[in-house]
Design a protein around this ligand. Structure first.
Ligand SMILES: [Zn+2]
Length: 383
């Protein structure tokens, strides 16, 4: 059990939410339904740090979590996401003059973002990820080198101009260790994490997952970098406010002791969150049963963290049999704990659902187009 805030070391907490059993891995899918139903669970005790605005799961147990080859979370199959990634890559190339430079990506996944930024700026890339799989990911080449590994000091011996790290920090029990290690590289950095304000303010409640012991708000993200001697040049809410991006460069011989206070209404959002979340879950539970009552067939679209969390919010007997995903590596597999099968969009022609539930409003246009291109007319509900 964590006794101190992992970001500012204070003990000034308020309780947000308790989820006794959540799937440990939202992005580990199963080949057999029986295995999926028995997928491991962990406890979430979400606390809010009133000193720095950080949100964290005090019951997180690092030993339960593993990021190996069964871990599949690439978002690059989505057009909307690829457009976003291109915009970010172009902006970083411009602002940091990343041309003919050496870039290290910590937690590169399948390597798509590193490939993009290296191709766009004619850069050299090194990507590290314990779940990198050469049979699925971008292959190594003369300009790209991928290794199935965590980030260690050993990787800082090679020439290096810039560090990229996207959607890693929130997975770590001790995120400050990675930030401190990145500081020793003495190069500018770009970090991206999910935005906890989106969860609180915009009720992105399907983002509360066991794999994330940390939920960064702008103040806690700022604090962890300033405390580790970085000067922040940009801190933005992006991608429909779902992500926070941070750009910074290291400074030396100057430690920031000041804790960044949370922005003004975060405490109020935290206070209201438990009831607002319960109301949203109850609304959708009732809605799902009203679909069954009227014998409407409903599918969920998107077998990522949001989809797995949605399905696991209602117990095991919910009237959804299938979940659609465009990622071919997920199709045919089963969802942890609730056991729905993942199917391709084309399979909807056979199943002929009356409605599709979608959990990320950013993908609405893209999915509407895909459904229409299949010659289907299906109502889309945003949850
Ligand atoms: Zn704190």
């Amino acid at each position: 059990m964590l006794t101190h805030c992992p970001i500012c070391d204070q003990q000034n907490f308020s309780k947000i939410l308790h989820i006794p059993e959540a799937p440990v891995h939202c992005n580990c899918l199963y080949s057999h339904r029986v295995e999926a139903l028995a997928a491991p669970v962990g406890e979430i005790q979400l606390l809010y740090c009133e000193s720095c605005g950080h949100i964290f799961n005090r019951a997180f147990n690092d030993d339960l979590v593993a990021y190996d080859l069964d871990y599949e979370n690439s978002l690059f199959h989505s057009t909307r996401f690829r457009e976003y990634a291109s915009e970010i890559a172009a902006a970083l190339i411009e602002r940091h003059n990343l041309r003919d430079k050496s870039i290290l990506e910590i937690g590169c996944g399948g390597g798509d973002f590193l490939k993009l930024i290296c191709e766009m700026g004619k850069n050299y890339g090194r990507g590290l990820d314990p779940g990198y799989d050469p049979s699925r990911g971008v292959p190594s080449s003369s300009t790209l080198n991928f290794e199935r590994s965590y980030f260690t000091a050993a990787y800082l011996d090679a020439p290096l101009d810039f560090i990229v790290c996207r959607h890693v920090l929130e997975h770590l029990a001790a995120p400050a260790e990675l930030v401190a290690l990145a500081h020793t590289a003495a190069v500018p950095i770009f970090f991206e994490v999910p935005n906890a304000l989106y969860t609180l303010r915009d009720l992105g409640i399907w983002d509360v997952i066991y794999e994330h012991p940390s939920f960064f708000t702008p103040s806690s993200l700022q604090h962890i970098f300033e405390r580790n001697q970085f000067t922040i040049t940009r801190l933005d809410e992006v991608y429909g406010n779902q992500f926070l991006t941070l750009e910074a460069h290291p400074t030396f011989n100057q430690t920031t002791k000041r804790i960044m206070p949370p922005i003004s209404d975060t405490g109020e959002l935290v206070t209201a969150f438990k009831a607002r979340r319960a109301e949203k879950v109850a609304f959708w539970e009732q809605r799902l049963h009203s679909f069954t009552g009227s014998t409407q067939k409903i599918v969920l679209w998107g077998a990522g963290s949001k989809g797995v969390t949605f399905l696991n919010s209602f117990g095991k007997n919910i009237p959804i049999e299938y979940i659609v995903d465009i990622n071919p590596h997920k199709q045919g597999l089963y969802i942890p704990r609730t056991g729905q099968k993942i199917i391709s969009p084309e399979a909807l022609n056979e199943f002929q659902p009356d409605g599709i539930i979608l959990l990320n409003p950013l993908y609405q246009d893209e999915i509407r187009q895909q459904v229409e291109s299949l010659g289907l007319q299906i109502e889309i509900f945003i949850a």
